[in-house]
Design a protein around this ligand. Structure first.
Ligand SMILES: Nc1nc2c(c(=O)[nH]1)N[C@H]1C(S)=C(S)[C@@H](COP(=O)(O)O)O[C@H]1N2
Ligand SMILES: [Mo]
Length: 410
């Protein structure tokens, strides 16, 4: 990856590096204590050493991958439409800063504000005084399912080797980004906004890429994006962006910037390493400079069953799973246990809604002992359907193919 130009940071937001550094130290101090207290609900062994994540990561619920924690998809089986906060995956470029809502303020700045205001500051109380909205939305990492490019298609890719658990659904409550931008005085000819996090700058391959930030076109920013301060009815947890994060429904997870510190508003297009070097498609199927920056997520379906699960032959099994599409509501889910020769409809347990997932069930009576592969395939109301193969891209984003789920029948 080529080192990117780090944009000069204007005066007001530069101060954000101070709380970030201070709180990072706090987080490092807090994490071991909290993880020592955290015991697994399943009574399993002590969690892995804390990867800069504050909440407990019991191995029954999580697989730690570097600075990140992946949810075990099969444990969603006993959850509803919403993922409990203590099972929600965490994707951190660095580590969770422990920030205080009382000290928090948002700086909105840039040439996309009208009048002569160089910047506008909005405090936590002011944000909470704006009309509150609740959205049920999935957050899904662009790399969710990435490891399947290698295991299923024989195509190596770079990045965190997630299986299928870098996704979760929550009720998010907060203020509309459109209200905040209007309060700050967004100009009619602004074209882009760029939210930025207060976590430590991200350093990779010797290059300091600065704070996590990624441009959003104004049309999306003014549509359904919120500045969330509650998750599932509680104040936003530290790991999920306390005190305030962006929630950008249906878009790749990286758009939903956590620990929001400032938002640049611009009359010309913006970029960052997260829109140029990362979160674009690169590879044979794409132009030399890569695709356009990724926006919407894709569609997936999965069994709530561990890979390699053992199932007894000769009796019916009540299999369950989930299906979701960022492009349109789910229309149907089909399953196959013979490698895709015959497909049978699964029963949907939820009324499909845009932005959420639906739970489904299918019953299967395996006849003979031996290895088997279970498939599931979702179709949405826009006619999108999971393909047999995902189009390869070097960073393994947006895996959308039918997952080949291995099981053993005994
Ligand atoms: N400030 C900041 N925001 C961030 C990140 C980060 O590292 N720093 N990670 C992003 C990525 S890549 C994803 S997938 C989501 C994950 O959200 P979660 O950790 O609440 O599940 O947060 C996004 N927002
Ligand atoms: Mo992500």
């Amino acid at each position: 990856m080529c080192p990117s130009v780090v944009r000069p940071v204007p005066d007001a937001p530069r101060r954000t590096t101070v709380p970030a550094r201070r709180t990072l130290l706090k987080a490092l101090a807090a994490a071991p204590v909290l993880s020592a207290l955290g015991t697994s609900p399943a009574g399993a062994a002590a969690p892995d050493p804390a990867p800069g994540i504050v909440k407990p990561l019991p191995p029954a619920y999580f697989t730690v991958r570097g600075t990140n924690a992946e949810s075990r998809f099969e444990t969603f089986r006993d959850t509803g439409r919403v993922t409990p906060t203590d099972r929600f995956f965490v994707r951190n470029h660095t580590s969770t800063p422990v920030l205080d809502a009382a000290d928090w303020r948002l700086t909105v700045w840039g040439d996309g504000l009208h009048g002569r205001r160089p910047s506008v500051r909005i405090g936590y109380g002011q944000l909470r005084d704006l009309p509150a909205v609740t959205r049920t939305a999935l957050i899904e990492c662009a790399g969710n399912g990435r490891s399947l490019y290698a295991t299923q298609q024989g195509e190596p890719v770079s990045g965190t080797p997630w299986t299928l658990g870098a996704v979760g659904a929550a009720h998010w409550r907060g203020a509309r980004l459109s209200d905040v931008l209007r309060l700050a005085g967004i100009a009619a000819d602004a074209v882009a906004v760029q939210p930025r996090g207060l976590d430590a700058p991200y350093v990779t391959g010797g290059a300091d890429l600065g704070h996590v930030r990624r441009p959003l076109p104004v049309a999306k920013a003014l549509d359904d994006v919120i500045l969330a301060y509650e998750m599932n009815g509680e104040p936003l947890p530290y790991d999920h962006g306390h005190p305030v994060r962006l929630v950008v429904p249906n878009w790749v997870g990286v758009a939903s910037v956590k620990w929001l510190g400032d938002i640049e508003v611009s009359r010309s297009p913006l970029s960052s390493p997260w829109s140029t070097d990362y979160y674009r498609f690169f590879g044979e199927a794409y132009p030399a400079g890569g695709s356009a920056p990724l926006g919407p997520q894709t569609l997936k379906s999965a069994y709530e069953l561990p890979f390699g699960a053992t199932l007894e032959a000769g009796r019916p099994h009540h299999l369950t799973g989930r299906a979701w599409s960022a492009l349109a509501p789910v229309r149907a889910v089909e399953v196959s246990a013979d490698g895709g020769a015959a497909w049978h409809p699964a029963r949907l347990l939820d009324r499909p809604r845009s932005g959420g997932w639906v739970r489904w069930t299918a019953s299967w009576r395996p006849a003979a002992a031996g290895p088997a592969t279970l498939l599931s395939r979702v179709t949405d109301t826009a006619g999108n359907v999971q393909p047999e193969r995902a189009v390869h891209n070097t960073q393994g984003y947006l895996f959308n193919a039918v997952v080949r789920h291995p099981v053993t029948v005994e």
